[in-house]
Design a protein around this ligand. Structure first.
Ligand code: ZN
Length: 498
């Protein structure tokens, strides 16, 4: 009986890949293409909508005996029913009206950002939030609050209770640690990162490092876009993007390492599920854990820097002739509270996320209004990061997410970092990230991640994967420990004061 599902599963994947390719192609398409392409894409989107809600598929699924299915089949059916539940509970007129609203709200957000004026965006944001609340209310079941419905969409099994605990620990330990760093006299020289670095040589460096990490260029490509990202097509066609700035060596290199982490995940998915609806990452948080593990835990570790610094120095001998490996290591682990999330360092990044999480939660619990948002935002930036927000564009208007109706998404970045630390703790039993890591170690680490996480795609959820791999479900203590240990050492603070 399950076999009857196969043509639908194939069709679903084909539609998903088509939509992803259209999106990927956006940047190379001519300027006047967008209107007609949007019409073509909406036909395909509708087709997708119909397929997910298809009654024949539902009849087949209802007739299945779950006990007869293997883990892969169970996961595919579960994934289908999750999408069905998301779409079937929302009346189509409201779904389409919301899609239409989002087009306008994105435009309003862009204009508001340009004019540094939140008031232009405010009426749209209000409507966007009302739709999100309404949609969540249709789907509210066992969860305690509306916001839980949204969190669960991105990270199955995660609730405000779990995330509150994570952020309260971060607030307790990381806010004082940052204050200590800000008050310390210790400074890290880093001007040399911002010299003139030829783009061609940066390209060469990125390609070399991606290869060292194991990115397979026969099943993937490294392209360039303003905002780096990874496409989800299938395991034999993984396109990652990066960007290069001629006056900043760190940005291009670490964007590449980050996206390589995502790319290795996609390439590691096993062939037998690659063309099904579970042929992608298990969740946003797990996907981000792979990119952040490579970017920060491994990529900014002393052991890894020791391995790649000779290559960097060789390519940029003129700029880095007098810079030691220790100086380079410290420079790329420098901490400085700033206004913009996407430019934040490893320590302050989760505080940016914490602010967004708290505001979203309060909005969905009707504890604050859209009117109050900028003032609350600015106050939190002052309290947690110690920075003053000069205008709305550098504050409340900086991220595109809310204009696209994405609420309950931000926390997955921090979940990703926290999972990366839990995985690192587990790997540290075998590898020493403090002393030189070899090419052989890199291959070995990739194999371990592939065997424990990548190959399964979305067959298991976050906690199931972590339990299998590390012996316990999600536990934020490893992240707090990691941040405290790393930055007290780098800033030579008296350890464990906070
Ligand atoms: Zn990422």
């Amino acid at each position: 009986m399950y076999e009857k599902l196969l043509p639908y599963i194939q069709k679903r994947k084909a539609l998903e890949v088509t939509l992803t390719l259209f999106n990927f192609d956006n940047e190379t398409a001519p300027i006047k293409a967008s209107e007609q392409t949007a019409k073509i894409m909406s036909v395909i989107s509708n087709e997708y909508f119909d397929l997910i809600l298809n009654q024949d598929v539902q009849n087949i699924i209802q007739s299945l005996n779950i006990k007869d299915l293997d883990d892969t089949q169970k996961a595919i059916v579960k994934e289908w029913q999750k999408s069905y539940e998301q779409l079937s509970n929302i009346p189509r007129e409201e779904y389409l009206a919301n899609e239409e609203l989002l087009v306008h709200s994105r435009i309003a957000w862009l204009e508001a950002k340009e004019q540094q004026d939140y008031n232009i965006f405010k009426p749209y944001l209000e409507k966007v939030i009302n739709y999100q609340k309404k949609f969540a209310s249709y789907r509210l079941k066992n969860q305690e609050c509306l916001y839980d419905v949204l969190l669960d969409d991105y990270e199955e099994g995660f609730t405000t209770k779990i995330i509150d605990d994570l952020f309260s620990q971060l607030k307790k330990h990381i806010v004082p640690l940052l204050k200590e760093i800000q008050n310390s006299k210790y400074t890290i020289p880093r001007k040399f990162i911002y010299q003139d670095y030829a783009i061609n040589s940066q390209r060469e460096l990125s390609t070399t490092v991606a290869k060292m990490l194991g990115f397979d260029f026969d099943c993937g490509k490294l392209c360039e876009t303003e905002h780096p990202y990874t496409t989800e097509l299938h395991n034999r066609d993984v396109r990652i993007t990066t960007h290069y700035y001629s006056n900043n060596l760190e940005s291009g290199l670490y964007s590449t390492i980050h996206e390589t982490g995502h790319g290795l995940y996609e390439q590691g998915i096993s062939d037998d599920i690659a063309l099904t609806s579970i042929g992608h990452g298990a969740s946003m948080g797990i996907h981000e854990s792979q990119s952040r593990f490579y970017e920060n835990n491994l990529g900014r570790s002393y052991g890894f820097i020791q391995l790649i610094y000779p290559i960097i120095q060789n390519l940029f001998s003129h700029q880095l002739n007098n810079v030691s490996v220790d100086e380079f290591y410290h420079a790329i682990n420098h901490v400085e509270a700033s206004l913009i999330r996407t430019e934040a360092d490893e320590l302050t990044y989760p505080l940016h996320i914490m602010i967004r999480y708290e505001l979203e939660k309060q909005l969905f619990n009707d504890e604050i209004t859209v009117e109050q948002l900028p003032q609350k935002w600015n106050q939190m930036y002052q309290d947690y990061l110690g920075v003053e927000v000069p205008n709305d564009s550098l504050g409340i208007l900086q991220d595109i997410h809310w204009s696209e109706g994405s609420f309950g998404y931000f926390f997955t970045y921090t979940i990703g970092s926290a999972i990366a630390s839990q995985i690192e703790y587990y790997l540290k039993k075998q590898f020493n990230f403090e002393s030189r890591i070899s090419q052989e170690d890199l291959n070995c680490i990739r194999e371990i991640l592939k065997n424990n996480i990548h190959q399964y795609g979305a067959k298991y959820n976050t906690n199931e994967l972590l339990l299998k791999m590390t012996g316990e479900v999600f536990n934020p203590k490893y992240y707090i420990q990691y941040l405290k240990n790393k930055f007290t050492k780098i800033y030579e603070l008296d350890s464990c004061k906070s």
